[in-house]
Design a protein around this ligand. Structure first.
Ligand SMILES: [Zn+2]
Length: 293
């Protein structure tokens, strides 16, 4: 989605989903930086997608400690909300939002059933972790499942102080869950796109604006003033091309068209032949990206 974002108009529903996804990932990163401070004996599993009896559920962070498993549902909400009769409302409008506690409870229940079915009996405690400093929840319950931004550090410190000695059983739980992880959540489909409809050019690695050529060796970004060697920027663009079009053959002509701002066919060919394996005859040469690149 990020690769497509600057190159095409993404349909509104998908664009909104993408923004939410991006925000969610930022939130998870923020949460990761908190869990990374824990020195205690715990096992961390992130971004799990699991299935139990045809129900798919995703877990942002799972922390396995000696006596229990902490399951964290991470939310990067911003703004002011009220917690009333177990429901969340936007403070200004009074509008009720999709209750994240329901999602949390569902994940806890499904994980418990899954672990039981695998022969593990260990208590699971679910938490809703709000990570954005710009989030306020009025009438938040003082204790329980909801962790506010101001409470997160203290909560992690508490986990860090709670004695926890792991043995092979804990390792097995982590191993079983990792084995069952589904790599592609079915709801993360991309919008339809074709080569011809995408805007061509080299995108800035820092701000994703289109770059300009400056002399033969350099490309620059007018927006954030990043400068990069032409060679490196072409390589990056080939990388994006391969991600977006894994089935297309990489040829000098196609990459020149894709990069748009490199006039010299020769320099494109030089970059490709230096970094990729050439195949085909002289006239129909194409380049192969090795899997481990
Ligand atoms: Zn830039």
């Amino acid at each position: 989605m990020q690769l497509l974002d600057s190159r095409m108009a993404i349909p509104e529903a998908e664009s909104r989903r993408f923004q939410n996804l991006k925000k969610g990932i930022e939130g998870e990163k923020r949460f990761d930086s908190l869990t990374e401070t824990i020195q205690n004996g715990v096992l961390l599993l992130r971004d799990l997608c699991l299935e139990y009896q045809h129900s798919i559920f995703q877990i942002d962070t799972l922390m396995i400690s000696e006596k229990k498993i902490y399951l964290f549902e991470v939310k990067n909400y911003e703004g002011e909300y009220v917690f009333e009769n177990g429901e969340f409302r936007v403070l200004a409008s009074g509008q009720e939002i999709l209750n994240p506690l329901h999602q949390l409870n569902r994940s806890v229940t499904l994980l418990r059933s899954l672990l039981n079915s695998l022969g593990f009996q260990i208590p699971i405690q679910g938490y809703l972790a709000f990570v954005n400093d710009q989030f306020t929840l009025y009438q938040a319950p003082a204790e329980g499942l909801i962790l506010l931004p101001s409470q997160l550090k203290r909560f992690m410190a508490h986990i860090d102080r709670t004695p926890s000695i792991l043995d092979s059983r804990h390792g097995k739980i982590a191993e079983r869950l990792r084995e069952r992880h589904l790599p592609n959540p079915p709801n993360e489909r991309l919008p339809k796109y074709e080569y011809i409809q995408l805007r061509k050019g080299i995108l800035c690695r820092d701000c994703r604006s289109f770059m300009e050529r400056k002399g033969a060796q350099l490309v620059t970004c007018a927006t954030c003033e990043t400068a990069e060697s032409a060679e490196h920027s072409v390589l990056r663009s080939v990388g994006e091309f391969v991600r977006l079009f894994p089935d297309k053959r990489i040829t000098t002509g196609l990459i020149q068209d894709w990069c748009r701002i490199i006039d010299s066919r020769k320099s494109i060919r030089r970059v490709l032949s230096r970094h990729y394996k050439a195949s085909g005859g002289r006239r129909y040469r194409y380049y192969i990206v090795e899997k481990n690149r």
